[in-house]
Design a protein around this ligand. Structure first.
Ligand code: SAH
Ligand code: SF4
Length: 425
């Protein structure tokens, strides 16, 4: 979501006449788009701002803006600790960026990729400088009403609001006309999508409408909340081939007791039932998840249950985090009972188990032929390209950049815990 906000802000800057540079020392303006999900990012923000304000001493004209989730919640603190910052604009205010920019001096105007403010509907930004030419991110909803006990997102992003389906479909048709092959629908809890202009259109209905758009070959979405993940959605994924065979379904913990304390509103058994639906109806499905270790009151037995859930489900990928107390959240009032050391060792144990699971799963794919959409050049080897299977497995292979955006069949010849290596067939 924050990355997509950056795409909007990039378009605003282009419209204002700025060009992009990789060199901070050459920049006339730097926007630091911030997150606040975990405490560590806060330290990073201030370290970064400290470095940037030094640049300002060398280049007096440099404009520094701080935007995003942390900016939404800590406006005064940023201004107090970093008086050299020119403006602070929260995640819920980024549509005001063109106005804020208007009040600052601007270089020569460039008209391309101009965000058209007059087309903004339901308060969602329009006009993006997209980071990929293959996958277009499209917001379908903003904010969250779930108030998981550890999570600051509802405070930073506000209450849940869905975007009108007509507006979403128009944006996706535009992306298709610009040759985008894949869309990534964004929302904190996409399964509770409900069209504000026609309440009968649910997330599954929206997916079916997106499926009808010519040119769009793959549909992805994040994030699904398990409590709202319905059997109808499983059937929809099963029956509509452009909907990718991948679901990111954050479980957070394998212990029902901890899930309750987290206010996740599902039990381990209810989560496992949804995993069973997915595996039964769509055998080729790839499933990934998020895990928090060391939530207040998590004892060894709770952690063991998270480990056993990992073994039972055999996820294709996980994002795992040490619990980080966040102000405003319910859990902030709970004593942070698990020591940093135990959090660290649990995280390592969890990641080691997951690595073993992924290695074994990826090993079993060697020799198989899979279809990928080529979407990037390999970070490690400039002569290698990366593509993804519908189930979100990354496959590296040797090839020339003209293959970017193409669907290819590749045979898996080697595997590692996080990726696969293949050759074209
Ligand atoms: N809306 C998404 C998650 C957004 S935050 C969802 O419900 O799945 C992304 C992930 O960050 C969460 O799934 C959670 O695993 C992690 N996270 C959020 N708050 C955290 C905290 N206080 N400490 C550690 N991890 C946290
Ligand atoms: Fe945070 Fe929970 Fe909302 Fe996800 S569903 S954004 S974890 S409060």
């Amino acid at each position: 979501m924050s990355e997509h906000d950056s795409e909007y802000m990039g378009a605003v800057l282009l419209q204002k006449g700025y060009l992009s540079t990789e060199e901070e020392s050459q920049a006339d303006i730097i926007l630091v788009n911030t997150c606040c999900v975990r405490e560590k990012v806060e330290h990073k923000i201030f370290t970064k701002l400290g470095r940037l304000t030094k640049l300002k001493r060398q280049n007096k004209k440099l404009i520094i803006g701080v935007t995003g989730c942390y900016a939404q919640l800590a406006k005064e603190e940023i201004k107090r600790r970093m008086p050299q910052v020119d403006f602070v604009l929260g995640a819920q205010e980024i549509r005001r960026l063109p106005k804020v920019m208007g009040s600052l001096r601007s270089p020569q105007k460039r008209q391309d990729k101009m965000p058209d403010e007059s087309r903004q509907v339901e308060g969602f930004p329009c006009g993006f400088r997209r980071r990929s030419s293959i996958q277009a991110m499209v917001t379908i909803m903003e904010g969250c009403n779930n108030f998981c006990a550890y999570c600051i997102v509802p405070f930073a992003r506000g209450r849940e609001r869905s975007r009108a389906s007509e507006e979403i479909l128009r944006e996706i048709k535009e992306a298709a006309a610009e040759a985008y092959k894949e869309v990534l629908l964004l929302g904190q809890n996409v399964n509770s999508y409900c069209d504000p202009s026609n309440n009968s259109i649910s997330f599954a209905d929206l997916l079916i409408k997106v499926h009808q758009i010519e040119g769009i070959e793959r549909i992805r979405y994040v994030t699904s909340h398990p409590k709202d993940f319905s059997f109808r959605l499983v059937e929809t994924i099963r029956d509509y081939p452009k909907i990718c065979r991948h679901v990111h379904l954050p479980v957070q913990s394998g212990s029902t007791r901890i899930l309750k304390l987290m206010n996740r509103k599902y039990s381990r058994d209810e989560y496992m039932e949804k995993i069973e639906w997915l595996k039964r109806e769509i055998p080729e499905i790839g499933i990934s998840t998020d895990i928090i270790v060391g939530f207040p009151e998590e004892i060894e037995d709770d952690f063991k249950q998270t480990m056993s859930l990992l073994e039972e489900v055999e996820f294709d990928g996980i994002y795992s985090f040490k619990y980080s107390p966040r102000p405003l959240t319910k859990a902030y009032q709970y004593p942070d009972t698990v020591s940093e050391e135990v959090k660290g060792s649990r995280l390592m144990e969890l990641q080691a188990l997951q690595k073993r699971i992924q290695l074994a799963k990826n090993q079993s794919l060697v020799g198989r032929v899979v279809e990928i959409l080529v979407d990037s050049v390999s970070k490690k080897d400039p002569h290698a390209l990366c593509g993804r299977t519908s189930s979100n497995r990354i496959v590296n292979f040797k090839g020339s950049p003209d293959l970017m955006g193409k669907f290819l069949r590749v045979k898996i010849i080697r595997s590692g815990p996080n990726s696969l290596f293949g050759e074209r067939v």
